[in-house]
Design a protein around this ligand. Structure first.
Ligand SMILES: [Zn+2]
Length: 274
């Protein structure tokens, strides 16, 4: 699959709701440039987004280059790699939806495992950093993740790493999940990580807050997130993740009986029922 075929199979037009179809010149057939256009290998799903933009988009653009140097990545990468290995090799040839892909690294790991990928993010700069033009089997999509329309059952996996906490209030988080899971085929897998509420956060009443003024967060307990999932989504594992420079201390801390009270992040994985 190339990026055009991936986008056509997974996305519906934001304006008219029809599945995307492109001409030989890569123009959108249903709504033309107003419905989106390709630019340097990135599909601008909402052409007005870059100018209108949310404050978070600009903050993420500024972070794009340095993001992967953040100290949280060794543990996160280790966990994602382990999970991706558990769902590999791809069984169905369908793309994986990498939502809030940022500058990576999940997109690259999914590609190494053999999955075609549709990688979406609100930060155009992050997509540019993530983009590998030598790899035709990734469709990079610039979009507001709360405003995407999917072809039902079009992807074999849903990767949603470390951003649910940034989507606003509970109703927005729930609405996002309901919509994202429409894209997943019955039997397809998902990975969903988010900020956990640990003991320190509880004692300091630090459940909601923001990094700077632009990036707001609302930490979540796994049971709250489970309650937000649409019917037919089965959580098979709940685990907790700590932020260390090495994977080993995280592996140890995450199996302690009180892991949930220490961990800064939580991960739900599972399947959509057949
Ligand atoms: Zn259209």
């Amino acid at each position: 699959m190339n990026r055009l075929a991936i986008a056509e199979s997974v996305l519906r037009c934001r304006r008219c709701g029809a599945p995307l179809r492109f001409s030989a010149r890569e123009e959108l057939l249903c709504c033309g440039a107003e419905g989106g256009s390709w630019e340097g290998g990135i599909f601008r799903y909402d052409p007005a987004l870059r100018e209108a933009g949310k404050p978070e988009m600009h903050a993420r653009d500024r972070q794009a280059e340095g993001y992967l140097a953040h100290s949280k990545f060794p543990t996160q990468i280790h966990r994602m790699r382990r999970f991706i290995a558990s769902v590999s090799p791809p069984a169905d040839g369908l793309p994986v939806l990498d939502l809030a892909c940022g500058p990576g690294p999940a997109t690259g790991m999914l590609r190494q495992a053999g999955f075609p990928v549709l990688a979406a993010d609100i930060s155009y700069r992050s997509l540019e950093v993530n983009r590998d033009t030598a790899d035709p089997a990734v469709a990079f999509v610039h979009a507001d993740l709360t405003n995407m329309k999917f072809v039902e059952g079009s992807v074999g996996g849903l990767m949603m790493a470390d951003f649910l906490q940034h989507l606003g209030a509970a109703e927005a988080q729930r609405g996002f999940l309901r919509n994202a899971f429409t894209a997943l085929k019955p039997g397809g897998w998902f990975f969903l990580s988010f900020f956990n509420v640990n003991l320190k956060h509880r004692l300091r009443a630090n459940i909601e807050g923001s990094f700077g003024v632009e990036i707001a967060y609302r930490r979540l307990e796994p049971r709250e997130v489970v309650g937000m999932l649409p019917p037919g989504v089965e959580v098979r594992q709940t685990s907790f993740m700590n932020i260390f420079h090495e994977p080993l201390p995280d592996t140890i801390a995450s199996v302690l009986p009180f892991a949930r009270h220490l961990a800064r992040m939580a991960i739900l994985t599972g399947r959509k029922s057949l």
